[in-house]
Ligand binder design. Sequence first.
Ligand code: NAP
Length: 291
Amino acid sequence: MAKRTLLVTGASGQLGAEVLRRLVALGGDDELIAGSRDPNKLAGLEGVTARRVDFDDDEATLQAAFEGVDRALIISTDALDRPGRRAEQQLRAIQAAKAAGVKHVLYTSLAKAAEDTAIPIGLDHVRTEQALVGSGLGYTVLRNNLYAEVLLGSVGHAVSSGKLVTARGDGAIAYVTRSDCARAAAAALASDFDGQRVLEISGPEALTGDQLAALLSELSGRPVTHLSVPVDGFVQGLVAAGMPEVFAKLFASFEVGAARGELGEVSDAVQALSGAPATPIRATLAAALKA
Ligand SMILES: NC(=O)c1ccc[n+]([C@@H]2O[C@H](COP(=O)([O-])OP(=O)(O)OC[C@H]3O[C@@H](n4cnc5c(N)ncnc54)[C@H](OP(=O)(O)O)[C@@H]3O)[C@@H](O)[C@H]2O)c1
């Protein structure tokens, strides 16, 4: 394969940094560029060239950031202050990548991204996917399910209180570790796939709240039961525990999405892309409880 230039945006973020570490570990001849709003934060990344990439930069500056790049992984941003802001940023990035001659764009989306999603932040992903489809570029959409790390935030309380409180009813979630998302993204970026594809990136199984509670009981040795409450009560509970309402509503929307089956699809994409299976949630929970 001819030597190519691969760019990862958001390289100082948790996912971006791990994608780059995995690309370096894969070896190969490709030139690796780590893009970040603040390249100074990338000093610890070895084997890569740091470059400023800020989707809020003006058009010419943003286009220059993609110059010379063959394949680019655009990591969705964390700008949640205003609905639609992320989509605006990401559309500008796609436009700049196309203008600069990038041939294949990869994008980190959300499971089952669709117009009728119960997860409002999913709409920015839908718009971004639509822009990719309309761009005429080659693309790989990586629809990451919820990170397993999101679940870990409620595990300690569930074990100590004996109650895993959700609002997802019988809905199941195919949690995937951030590390597996990075492994899949690195492999997809380094691949020679030049068509157009949308991949659901999930863990190896989807578990309901009842199944997660049973797993927590088994792993902790303490009884944990699943309690699915109405969404309003779920939000109130998080706010009472000190979470800002805006985040409580965001987490609640994942619950509604799960109840509607938006987060339950299991795929083998992590294994198909990277050659190794995705991490079972059992292993993630066991490691967290041990720690
Ligand atoms: N599936 C899930 O459960 C889940 C959970 C949390 C987040 N996410 C999404 O996945 C993304 C990556 O996750 P993570 O864990 O790595 O999040 P993170 O550590 O919070 O990283 C946030 C990312 O946003 C980038 N960013 C922010 N503003 C930007 C701008 N103006 N231009 C370009 N990049 C910008 C940052 O890049 P620099 O700082 O390097 O510029 C950084 O990579 C998040 O940003 C979010 O969209 C998914």
